[in-house]
Design a binder for this molecule. Structure first.
Ligand code: ATP
Ligand code: MG
Length: 339
């Protein structure tokens, strides 16, 4: 049922490559914008500490993982000094009182506590920058997976560019909004990383499988092992063996997920190089299965309806045709809401 693709010329590869590079330079924030985010964070922390004396605020998600857009939301995690964890009841009451307090902040609007979600948050809108954000409490695993993603991004420039391209593609195809039943940016980023680990030769290693000695070190957070190799000064043995361009890799990714990867059988799993099966995980009733790198009970595709799954798969199949067929007029313009 997949269309046969014509042979790809060197020339077309270089067009593809330009499109990918362009996408990155169009959407990556500059240092100034990174500084603005830190500034907002510090201001918020100072404000919150007037009511919660021991409060510490930290950015995570795309403000920190290396794949942020200029307009990406501010994901913020709050903890209280000297307190290790928090129970659900306290969490909801703190979220509610945090919301009441933030309503008095002159620079914020649209304060909205959401206490029914799996992770309770307070949403806000930062008037001067037009950025949206949310504050969650003790979202510790998210801090660790942000650090993991940032470490992969730092290994090779192509990782970063491909993750941007993937996010733009997901937004353009309307398959990248978890709050509307599709997959989150985080899920698509994991798909890119998995592809880059499985490529031969690989572009990136499996950082959770690199360690000295026989046994993997154990660093437990919320009962899960969050250890990974994060010494970025040490180059891994296969570094630089793969010299494909970003353009080749992008088409390679679309082909991988439409031609090679068997979603019925296998799990998108970045924590080990060996293929993990949906049968191993007892996740056979779902078609797209993406395992969280730390919370191994968490399938990021769990919330997908059958209809949405088909819609996502069709987007990949169309993407393969669009990016795999040399044309004269290229690239297609971004939709206006992304600019
Ligand atoms: P964007 O630029 O689209 O905001 P993002 O990387 O910040 O991209 P978000 O969807 O805002 O992605 O998620 C922020 C962070 O929250 C992720 O980096 C991850 O740590 C965590 N997260 C998001 N969705 C999930 C999920 N379904 N399960 C576990 N953690 C998640
Ligand atoms: Mg975000």
């Amino acid at each position: 049922e997949l269309e046969a693709l014509p042979p790809i010329t060197q020339e077309f590869h270089s067009v593809l490559n330009k499109v990918c590079e362009q996408c990155y330079s169009d959407f990556a924030p500059d240092e100034l914008e990174v500084g603005v985010r830190e500034h907002i964070l510090q201001d918020l922390e100072a404000f919150v500490r007037r009511q919660f004396a021991g409060a510490r605020l930290q950015l995570f998600g795309s403000s920190k993982n290396g794949f942020g857009f200029r307009q990406s939301d501010l994901d913020i995690c709050m903890v209280l000094e000297g307190q290790e964890t928090i129970d659900d009841v306290d969490c909801i009451s703190i979220i509610e009182s945090l919301a009441r307090s933030l309503k008095k902040h002159p620079g914020l609007k649209n304060i909205l506590p959401i206490t029914t979600a799996k992770v309770p948050i307070v949403k806000f809108y930062h008037v001067r920058t037009g950025l949206e954000g949310d504050i969650s409490l003790y979202n510790t695993l998210a801090l660790h997976n942000t650090h993991l993603l940032a470490s992969y991004a730092a290994i090779d420039r192509r990782v970063k560019i491909l993750c941007y391209v993937m996010k733009v593609f997901a937004k353009m195809c309307d398959i990248g909004d978890a709050s509307r039943g599709s997959l989150s940016s985080y899920a698509y980023t994991l798909m890119v990383l998995f592809f880059l680990q499985q490529r031969n030769p690989p572009i990136i290693p499996v950082l959770q499988e690199i360690y000295d000695g026989k046994k993997k070190p154990e660093v437990l957070v919320d009962g899960w092992n969050v250890y990974f190799f994060d010494d970025l000064k040490t180059r891994w043995p296969q570094y630089g063996k793969n010299s494909e361009s970003v353009g080749e890799l992008w088409l390679g990714l679309l082909r991988f997920y439409t031609e090679d990867f068997d979603f019925r059988e296998h799990v998108v799993c970045v924590r080990q190089h060996a293929r993990l099966t949906t049968f191993n995980k007892q996740w056979t009733s779902k078609y797209i299965v993406i395992e969280d790198p730390f919370d191994l009970n968490h399938n990021l595709g769990a919330g997908l309806s059958r209809k949405m799954t088909n819609f996502i798969m069709k987007a990949f199949i169309n993407g393969r045709t669009v990016f795999g067929t040399p044309v004269k007029v290229f690239p297609p313009a971004y939709p206006s809401q992304m600019e």
